[in-house]
Design a binder for this molecule. Structure first.
Ligand code: GAR
Length: 203
């Protein structure tokens, strides 16, 4: 199976569901390590499964470049085939992007290119859109700009608040992320830097 290093910062529910997916019969990838940038429940999810985790916190480094190099080395030590950003709330730097180019998968809680950044759900609600959703994409040097692998829509309800909407989006994200990680692990991905195609896909 393909080796995954998963990066997380939040509650780690996407990591938790990806771990469950990797335990299903025939799933083509396995989580070999979990990396975090702060104390967070993702570390506990890793420990529960006997998977090593590492913490690389920005405040422990002189600047972002040094932090990014340390994160790159910590991830590289686990020799991943793919890096999965599952609610990792820091922008990856150039050393990291060069090292793992074309092999970093991110999930974002909006239909990109709408509402990039760290407040996608709140921004979508504030704008008043009636449909938002989930985007799984490859990471490039921009903020949530990389080639899109898959998207799925989620309706915004009149009485939604940020929590209720985000939770419905996460239900979709958990499934879409596991599907796309499996697809890329099995079939790879071809991208010209803008469009991404998973060979064998009909879309
Ligand atoms: C997910 O909705 C993910 O898309 C989002 O953080 C949440 C993590 O959920 N990521 C971003 O907003 C990145 N810009 P979790 O902590 O429950 O796994």
């Amino acid at each position: 199976p393909a080796r995954l290093v998963v990066l997380a910062s939040g509650t780690g529910s996407l990591l938790r569901s990806l771990l469950d997916a990797t335990r299903t019969d025939g799933y083509p990838a396995t989580v070999v390590a979990v990396g975090v940038d702060r104390e967070c429940p993702a570390e506990g999810h890793a420990a529960d499964e006997g998977i090593p985790s590492f913490r690389v916190a920005l405040r422990d480094f002189e600047d972002r470049t040094a932090w990014d190099r340390a994160l790159t080395d910590a991830v590289a030590a686990h020799e991943p085939d793919l890096v999965v950003s599952a609610g990792f709330m820091k922008i990856l730097g150039s050393a990291f992007l060069e090292r793992f180019a074309g092999r970093i998968i991110n999930t974002h809680p909006a239909l990109l290119p709408s509402f990039p950044g760290a407040h996608a759900v709140a921004d979508a609600l504030a704008y008043g859109v009636k449909v938002t959703g989930s985007t799984v994409h490859l990471v490039d040097g921009g903020v949530d700009t990389g080639p899109i692998l898959a998207q799925e829509a989620v309706q915004v309800l009149d009485d939604d608040d940020e929590d209720t909407l985000h939770e419905r989006i996460k239900v979709v994200e958990r499934r879409l992320l596991a599907e796309m990680v499996a697809a890329v692990a099995t079939r790879g991905v071809v991208s010209d830097g803008r469009k991404a195609v998973i060979p064998g896909d009909r879309t």
